[in-house]
Design a protein around this ligand. Structure first.
Ligand code: CAA
Length: 256
């Protein structure tokens, strides 16, 4: 792990902080590699991991996009590979086995907005701004933005945001379904923790399988309904479900 991404953990919640504040946390190759390493493997060193917060260093930005200054030496081939590696990294986040929440503390633009969209939920501070400004650079989003934005806000709004390259503030982002909640800056982390307090009291296997089943809806190669019924059956015979059902019948709190 290099110092462009900082990891801290406390009582099962890891905080992943993109740490290039002078460049508004723009994602360069080091940041993307560090994210990939942590979500592929590094997380295993956190004992009892039950949730992840992704946020940005400093006052101004969550992540202002991919590092534009790194684009000048790319070829069609290497540029495509950069995009594919970013997509693969964001798939790791989208399919992560515990809930991942983006705590959006400022600009979430381009690859930063795409990072937030790959998370399972998004909480924005009132100062946050979202957008996919790539067309201003003569580009299109390259880390899954053209696919996830319409999933979250519908095709019309996704077209408008992407084709104009404009930004929306946190309030508007909540209105169009891009973020779950919009809160004062001071409440950003506590609102994430309030959500984790609920998810952490539930069955961890069920949480992980629910993430996979919802993601199946968006994967054209997978039959989501089949995923749902086969997972439902699989969970019914799990120790976790036995405990959950017994706890309900015995009128006590489940001990997962
Ligand atoms: N890449 C590299 N450096 C960036 C950056 C980026 N995406 N965004 C900001 N920075 C740097 C600036 O160059 C500046 O550095 P210097 O002090 O060395 O000049 C520093 O961060 C502070 O930025 P500004 O002075 O521009 O701050 P501002 O408050 O005036 O403006 C901003 C803030 C509106 C976010 C503006 O910085 C901006 O428009 N940034 C670029 C946003 C963007 O286009 N993002 C998409 C990138 S492409 C992409 O992400 C492709 C993809 O999908 C994979």
């Amino acid at each position: 792990m290099n110092d462009t991404v900082l990891i801290a953990s406390n009582e099962g919640i890891a905080t992943v902080t993109i740490n290039r504040p002078k460049a508004l946390n723009a994602i360069n190759a080091d940041v993307m590699q560090a994210l990939n390493d942590w979500f592929a493997k590094g997380y295993q060193s956190v004992d009892g991991l039950r949730g992840v917060i992704i946020t940005g260093s400093g006052e101004k930005a969550f992540v202002a996009g991919a590092d534009i200054k790194g684009f000048t030496n790319l070829t069609a081939e290497s540029g495509g590979q950069v995009s594919k590696f970013g997509q693969n990294t964001y798939f790791l986040i989208e399919n992560f086995h515990v809930p991942v929440i983006a705590a959006v503390n400022g600009f979430a633009l381009g690859g930063g907005c795409e990072l937030a969209m790959a998370c399972h939920m998004r909480i924005a501070s009132t100062e946050a701004k979202f957008g996919l400004p790539e067309v201003s650079l003569g580009l299109i989003p390259g880390y899954g933005g053209t696919q996830r934005l319409p999933q979250l806000v519908g095709k019309a709004k996704a077209m408008e945001l992407t084709l104009t390259g404009g930004m929306v503030n946190a309030e508007e982002a909540q209105k169009i379904g891009l973020v779950n909640y919009c809160v004062e800056k001071e409440e950003l982390i506590s609102r994430c923790m309030a959500i984790f307090k609920k998810t952490m009291s539930k069955g961890p296997l069920a949480i992980s399988k629910a993430i996979s089943a919802i993601n199946a809806y968006y994967n054209i190669e997978v039959d989501g309904y089949k995923t749902e019924y086969s997972t439902f059956g699989e969970l019914l015979i799990s120790e976790e479900c036995k405990e959950g059902v017994s706890a309900f019948i015995e009128k006590r709190k489940a001990n997962f």
